[in-house]
Design a protein around this ligand. Structure first.
Ligand SMILES: [Zn+2]
Length: 415
C-alpha cells in the first residue's frame, strides 16, 4: 500500500489548478470548453499536455490519429503496458471535467509514483485519447477505436463535418493520418484504467465518494414509422379516421409501460417524434418516432426487442395501419474487469472512502477497451449530475479521492 500522503490539500490544489489550466485550451464564450477534434484548440491542448508529460520525464509520443501517450518504462516487463487516461475532446460548450479529469489524474498519478518509488516493474502509459464524443464528425470513440483496431483509417475520407471537411483532411492539416507517426493499433495493453466524473446523480444522492463501474449498458435504437391517412379535421368522422399519431401514442404508452416489467435498470426513451403534416386542422397521416433501449444484460435487451416487435404487430392488426420498425443500432453491454473492481473496492475501504458499484448508462472509452482488455472505470461524483455543460463541477476534495485511489491501483498493478 502506498504510504499516506502528506500535504493532502497540496494534491487537492494541484488537481484543481491543472483542471483549470487545461480548460484554457478551448475556453469558450459561455465559460465552458469547446475542444472539437483536430481543431486548433484541440491541438494546443495536446501540445500542452505533451509538455506537461515531458516535464515529469515521461517519454512522450503521438500515434497516427493523434492519441498522445506519456510512458514510464517498466524495469521488468517493458512490453506489457498498463494504460491510464481518458479523452481530450469535448462537446460544444462542454465542461472542464469530462475526459480532462481522467488525463490530468493519470499524469499526476504517474508523476507521483515515479517521484516516490522510481520506475515501475510494468510499464505505465498515460493516454490523452484524441476523440470520444462524436461532436465534430459523425463518429465516436475515434481514439480508443483505433487503438483497438475497430476502425479503418481509410474510411476517413468519407466522414465529413458540418463544413464538409473530411476527417482525413482534418487529420492531415495537423500532420496526422499519413503515416508520420506510429500505427494506432496496439497489442501490448494489459489493462486500461479510466477515471471519470459520473455525469449522473447516484453518488451525490447516496453521499458516496467513488463509483466502481461493474458494466456499461448495451443499447438498441429503433425508428418506428406509422402510416395512416391525412384528412380534414372537421369533415372526417372519428370512427373513420386513420390517425397515425393516435396509434403512435398508444404504442408509445405501452413501450414506456413495458419498462415497469423489469427492474429499474431498463431504460426506454422515446426522444424524437415527427408528425406529418403537423398542421392543427389536419389528421396526422404519418408519424415517425425513435426508441432508445438500454440495459446492462444482453438477454434482457434481446427479450425487449422481441416484445417490442410483438407489440408493434398487435397494434398494427388492431389499427389496420402500416407500422414499420427499423432497428439501426445494437451495441452489446460491456462488463468491466472483476479483479480490477475488487482491488479498487479494497483500496477504497483501506482509505475510508465510501464507494458503490454501479452501472454506467452513458458510453465511455472504457466500453471499447473493455471488449478486448481487462478494464476498470471509476467515477467521482458530479455536482447535480450535470455534465456536457459549463456548469459541470466536482470539488477538489472529491477529485482528490479519485486520484488517490488511482495512485494506489497503479501501484498495486505496476510496482
Ligand atoms: Zn467523457
Amino acid at each position: 500500500m502506498v504510504a499516506e500522503m502528506t500535504g493532502k490539500s497540496k494534491l487537492c490544489q494541484q488537481i484543481e489548478e491543472e483542471i483549470q489550466w487545461l480548460s484554457q485550451f478551448g475556453a469558450d464564450e459561455r465559460n465552458g470548453v469547446t475542444r472539437l477534434l483536430y481543431t486548433d484548440e484541440w491541438y494546443s491542448a495536446q501540445e500542452a499536455l505533451q509538455n506537461k508529460m515531458k516535464q515529469l520525464q515521461l517519454e512522450t509520443y503521438y500515434d497516427d490519429v493523434g492519441n498522445l501517450f506519456g510512458r514510464l518504462n517498466g524495469t521488468c516487463s517493458a512490453k506489457e503496458v498498463i494504460l491510464v487516461g481518458s479523452h481530450v475532446d469535448t462537446v460544444k460548450y462542454g465542461g472542464k471535467y469530462d475526459g480532462a479529469f481522467g488525463i490530468i489524474a493519470g499524469i499526476i498519478a504517474a508523476g507521483y509514483l515515479k517521484k516516490k518509488y522510481g520506475l515501475p516493474k510494468k510499464t505505465i502509459e498515460v493516454v490523452s485519447l484524441c476523440e470520444e464524443e462524436g461532436s465534430r464528425f459523425p463518429i465516436t470513440y475515434w481514439g480508443s477505436g483505433n487503438i483497438n483496431g475497430i476502425y479503418d483509417i481509410t474510411r476517413s475520407t468519407k466522414i465529413i463535418d458540418q463544413h464538409a471537411i473530411s476527417l482525413q483532411q482534418a487529420m492531415h492539416r495537423l500532420g496526422f493520418g499519413n503515416g508520420t507517426y506510429i500505427k494506432p493499433v496496439r497489442d501490448d495493453i494489459t489493462h486500461f484504467i479510466e477515471l471519470h466524473i459520473e455525469q449522473g446523480k447516484q453518488l451525490e444522492k447516496s453521499g458516496l465518494d467513488i463509483g466502481i463501474v461493474s458494466s456499461i449498458v448495451g443499447q438498441k435504437r429503433f425508428t418506428v414509422s406509422v402510416t395512416g391517412e391525412s384528412n380534414h379535421a372537421g369533415t372526417t368522422p372519428m370512427k373513420h379516421r386513420k390517425d397515425a399519431l393516435f396509434v403512435s401514442c398508444q404504442l408509445i404508452t405501452q413501450l414506456i409501460e413495458l419498462s415497469k416489467r423489469y427492474n429499474e435498470h431498463l431504460y426506454v426513451t422515446i426522444g424524437k417524434l415527427n408528425v406529418t403534416p403537423n398542421i392543427a386542422n389536419v389528421i396526422p397521416g404519418s408519424v415517425q418516432f425513435s426508441i432508445d433501449v438500454r440495459h446492462h444484460e444482453q438477454e434482457i435487451l434481446e427479450e425487449v426487442e422481441t416484445t417490442i416487435n410483438q407489440l408493434v404487430k398487435k397494434i398494427m392488426q388492431k389499427s389496420d395501419m402500416k407500422i414499420e420498425i427499423d432497428r439501426w443500432m445494437s451495441e452489446k453491454p460491456v462488463r468491466m474487469d472483476n479483479y480490477l473492481s475488487e482491488i479498487s473496492k479494497n483500496i477504497s475501504s483501506e482509505k475510508n472512502m465510501m464507494y458503490m458499484e454501479l452501472v454506467s448508462g452513458a458510453g465511455h472509452d472504457s466500453q471499447v477497451f473493455g471488449q478486448f482488455t481487462p478494464t476498470c472505470l471509476l467515477f467521482v461524483p458530479s455536482q447535480g449530475g450535470i455534465s456536457h455543460s459549463p456548469k459541470e463541477y466536482t470539488s477538489g476534495e472529491q477529485l482528490e479521492k479519485g486520484v488517490k485511489l488511482l495512485i494506489d491501483l497503479l501501484y498495486k498493478l505496476a510496482y
